[in-house]
Design a protein around this ligand. Structure first.
Ligand code: FE
Length: 347
């Protein structure tokens, strides 16, 4: 009896231990490059007891790594900061579609990857960021820059500063504009922007804002959270930037401001799929959504969230009209956009 029991108990114990070990970890590859996110991860670990192992890299680096690792990849959850990259991960078969009642009920359909026939989505947007226009209040009139189209208008010649056209944030903006205007008009618009540039594209979004404040550029393009960071800063130099720089949420009278997403997916070869889904569902929870708004100055995607972030309030006056196209189109348009950029000489 005893002899029989020992192996049986061992077998059960081993199974239990293995199951527990699996329950306690989720491996995340993340392109979110925001120091305030530490709270996002530690809150999840604290609430669930699931330990997070994290690999940080940029979107392209993560997709390349997943491809190279193949079925041996330890990744459970992938977090990317651009819709076109999420789409690319989907198309390259790097994700495993997730069917979750929680995510179905909370994440707007236009901010998810296209669902398969069983209703599972390959990826989900968890926060949005507006791609806005900033301008020199001394030299430029707000009326001259309140649409994306005007960035390419000859009246703004010599004024525009923008990061590289091939950066995901710009590829997605241009992909959205292509969807709204059609390819022909979009290419003429891109050419117009090249003609309007104050300098060859360089630096990140924050550098463009600073260049406007310094008087080097009259107009620039930036993601909203970079601006919010400066708005919330107590530093004298940041206050001076905001004295000089005005903000526009473009296209309020037409199709609305382009919003990109930061989002997530379950990895194709996830070894801890239940924990991966738990983490994705956590990102749609009120505390995580609140973190996106107050920690990293993004907009929650879940409806009805109260936003207390003073910078988000101040820059929008409460709310703004955002585009409602299925965000995956920015991915579908990407190759076309890159070809247009090459033709018009947009660096
Ligand atoms: Fe960023």
């Amino acid at each position: 009896m005893f002899k029989k029991h020992i192996p049986l108990t061992c077998a059960i114990l081993l199974a239990c231990t293995a199951a527990q070990a699996q329950d306690q970890v989720v491996n995340i590859y993340s392109a979110r490059h925001y120091p305030t996110d530490e709270a996002l991860y530690s809150n999840f670990a604290q609430a669930t007891g699931i330990k997070i192992n994290r690999v940080d890299a940029d979107d392209a680096g993560i997709l390349a790594r997943l491809k190279a690792e193949g079925s041996a990849s330890p990744a459970d959850v992938i977090l990317l900061v651009d819709a076109a990259r999420l789409w690319k991960g989907e198309i390259e078969g790097l994700f495993q579609p997730v069917k979750s009642k929680v995510l179905d009920q909370t994440i707007p359909v236009h901010l998810r990857g296209k669902a398969s026939s069983d209703g599972a989505s390959p990826w989900f947007g968890f926060s949005t960021r507006a791609r806005v226009i900033v301008y020199d209040k001394v030299k430029v009139k707000k009326d001259d820059v309140d649409t994306y189209e005007e960035l390419g208008d000859p009246k703004n010649k010599g004024k525009l500063c923008i990061r590289s056209g091939s950066h995901p944030y710009n590829l997605s903006l241009f992909g959205a504009v292509t969807e709204h205007l059609g390819a022909q008009k979009a290419e003429a618009w891109l050419k117009g922007m090249v003609d309007n540039m104050a300098r060859t594209p360089k630096g990140g979004d924050t550098d463009q804002i600073k260049a406007v404040a310094a008087g080097e550029c009259g107009i620039a393009v930036t993601n909203s959270y970079y601006l919010a960071r400066i708005m919330r800063s107590d530093k004298a130099e940041d206050k001076a930037i905001m004295d000089r720089v005005g903000i526009v949420f473009p296209n309020q009278a037409s199709w609305g401001t382009h919003v990109n997403i930061a989002g997530g997916a379950m990895a194709k070869n996830a070894k801890n799929p239940a924990n991966a889904i738990k983490f994705l569902e956590y990102l749609a929870s009120a505390p995580a959504q609140d973190h996106f708004a107050n920690g990293n100055n993004e907009w929650p995607v879940v409806k009805g969230m109260k936003i207390s972030n003073p910078a988000l309030q101040a820059m929008t006056g409460g709310s703004f009209k955002s585009e409602t196209i299925p965000i995956s189109v920015v991915g579908m348009n990407q190759v076309k956009v890159q070809q247009m950029l090459d033709r018009v000489g947009f660096k």
